[in-house]
Design a protein around this ligand. Structure first.
Ligand SMILES: O=C(O)CCC(=O)C(=O)O
Ligand SMILES: [Fe+2]
Length: 200
C-alpha cells in the first residue's frame, strides 16, 4: 500500500519519493518468477533510430511490457501503475496520458551511469516509477539506486517490494555496479503531444 499523503507531499517538495513494502511478498515472487522466464534485449540509450547500445553507459537488459498482457502478475503491476497515475493526475497537473514500462535485469557487474530519464529531443517522460523485485537482497550486494540531489546523494537499496518515484526531468540518477543479479520494473508516465514517436 502506498502512503498517499507522504507520496504527494514528498514528490511535490523534493521531486522524489521512495517507500518500502509496497508490493506484497506473493506478488514479488510472481513478478520475479515471470522476470526469469521472459525474453530480454540489451538496453539502448536514446530513442528510435538513435537508440544506441553503449555498454559504457548502461549494461542492463530489458523486456518491454505490453498493456494487453494477461499474466496475473503483469496485471497486478499495471493496476498499481494505474492507481499511481490517477493519484498523480488528481494531485498534480501533469496531463499524464500514457505509460511505458519494462522489466530490467542487471547481471553481476552491470550498472547504469548518471542520467536523466527525459531525452533531449523528446520531453514526453514526466514521472519515473520503479519497483524492485529482488528477494533476500543484502546490503553488501551493491546495485543501489543513487539519486544525485542538490543536497547530496541519496542511496536507495533495491529491496523486494519497494518503490521509487521521481520527476524524470529533474532527478539525475544512476545504478551503482551490482555484485549479484538485480531485477526491477521500470516505467514512465508520459504526456503525448499529438506527434508520432518511436518506441525504443
Ligand atoms: O533500476 C533502477 O534503479 C533505475 C533504472 C534507470 O534509471 C532507468 O532504467 O532509467
Ligand atoms: Fe533512469
Amino acid at each position: 500500500m502506498i502512503n498517499t499523503s507522504d507520496f504527494i507531499e514528498q514528490l511535490c517538495e523534493q521531486g522524489w519519493y521512495s517507500q518500502q513494502q509496497v508490493i506484497p511478498g506473493e506478488w514479488v515472487t510472481a513478478l520475479a518468477d515471470l522476470c526469469h522466464k521472459r525474453t530480454f534485449l540489451q538496453a539502448g540509450i536514446g530513442q528510435g533510430i538513435k537508440n544506441l547500445i553503449n555498454e559504457a553507459i548502461r549494461s542492463d537488459s530489458i523486456s518491454w511490457i505490453d498493456a494487453s498482457e494477461t499474466d496475473p502478475a503483469v496485471k497486478y503491476y499495471l493496476s498499481l501503475v494505474d492507481e499511481i497515475q490517477q493519484l498523480l493526475n488528481r494531485e498534480f497537473y501533469l496531463g499524464l496520458n500514457g505509460f511505458e514500462g519494462h522489466f530490467s535485469r542487471y547481471p553481476q557487474g552491470a550498472f547504469y551511469k548518471p542520467h536523466y530519464d527525459c531525452f533531449a529531443q523528446d520531453k514526453r517522460r514526466a514521472v519515473t516509477l520503479i519497483f524492485y523485485i529482488n528477494q533476500n537482497w543484502r546490503p553488501d550486494n551493491g546495485g543501489e539506486l543513487c539519486l544525485h540531489l542538490p543536497e547530496g546523494q541519496k542511496i536507495i537499496e533495491p529491496v523486494a517490494g519497494s518503490m521509487v518515484c521521481f520527476l524524470s526531468e529533474q532527478i539525475l540518477h544512476e545504478v551503482l555496479p551490482t555484485h549479484v543479479e538485480r531485477m526491477a520494473l521500470t516505467g514512465w508516465f508520459v504526456r503525448h503531444q499529438g506527434q508520432d514517436y518511436f518506441y525504443s
